[in-house]
Design a protein around this ligand. Structure first.
Ligand code: SAM
Length: 277
């Protein structure tokens, strides 16, 4: 029998066999299944051969506050509540974080049963650096918001990972190409499914690959970290200004030169200018 609490359960992102033995045990034994779409959750239960004879409760982002309290009341009354998403790991571009926060505030037992997650699977297959990455969720739909986001992330020294939908993919790649220029991009589609595919190349080549094939399915877009050659003095002005407030001029100049492969004399001159401002 499960102790009362919240169980965050990863479910498959395509291949039905990608569910752990522990996840199956908890789904079988939980009193309540909380899901953003209870119809999808029931469908998953049927496919996994699990009994539907339990309470399924809708849990969405926009009404999280009220629904969260309802679930917490059930937990306090002794229930084991399992949180699932339509696919993959709950809370990753899916609802749940406010519920977890509320449970933690009230010292309610919370545990996670890890498993499939599109960000991680895509990164593993991309061939891009995985030592540092930034997952930025779904790419905004509007041109300006998308451009603003890309410009904001342009100088971050990590692989960037985004979720994207098929109808928006080409537009996104075109706009990203104008901001990220010569960087490598990787597009992963239909992970763990029959038509799983990962393309990694320049933006031009990846766009060309989709020219005759309308994008279909689910996508993860990944962009390689910046190369040192991409930085100009102007790009590091803000970072240098911040470091000058925190450390000595000598240390700040040394750090920036090493990290961004810039000329020492140029950075030193900029540091003096900033110090005197
Ligand atoms: N929580 C999920 C996870 O753990 O990955 C993600 C949920 S989010 C609402 C759905 C998005 O994840 C899709 O639009 C797509 O960008 C990505 N995604 C989910 N499954 C995928 C798959 N099998 N292949 C590629 N991308 C996938």
């Amino acid at each position: 029998m499960l102790r009362n609490g919240l169980y965050i359960i990863a479910t498959p992102i395509g291949n039905l066999q990608d569910i752990s033995a522990r996840a199956l045990d908890v789904l079988r034994e939980a009193d309540v299944i909380a899901a953003e779409d209870t119809r999808m959750a029931k469908k998953l239960f049927s496919l996994l051969g699990l009994s539907l004879d339990k309470k399924f409760i809708k849990y969405e982002d926009h009404s999280e506050e009220k629904q969260a309290q309802g679930l917490i009341d059930l937990i306090n009354a002794g229930s084991a509540v399992a949180l699932v998403s339509d696919a993959g790991s709950p809370l990753i571009s899916d609802p749940g974080y406010k519920l977890v926060r509320k449970c933690r505030e009230q010292s309610i037992y919370v545990t996670a049963i890890p498993g499939a997650c599109a960000v991680i699977t895509a990164l593993q297959l991309s061939g891009l650096p995985t030592n540092r990455f930034m997952f930025a969720g779904f790419i905004p739909n509007k041109d300006k918001a998308r451009a603003d986001l890309f410009n904001e992330l342009k100088n971050i020294d990590t692989t960037l990972v985004f979720y994207e939908t098929a109808p928006r993919l080409l537009k996104t790649l075109e706009q990203a190409a104008s901001v990220f220029g010569a960087r490598e991009v990787a597009v992963a589609r239909e992970l763990t499914k029959m038509y799983e595919e990962v393309i990694s190349d320049s933006f031009a080549e990846v766009l060309a690959a989709f020219a005759d094939n309308e994008p279909r399915g689910e996508f993860v877009v990944m962009i390689a970290p910046p190369t040192a050659a991409e930085y100009s003095l102007e790009d590091v002005r803000g970072i240098l200004q911040k470091r000058l407030r925190e450390t000595s001029l000598k240390t700040a100049v040394k750090e920036i030169c090493e990290q961004y492969k810039l000329n020492k004399n140029d950075v030193y001159a900029l540091a003096l200018e900033l110090k005197n401002e």
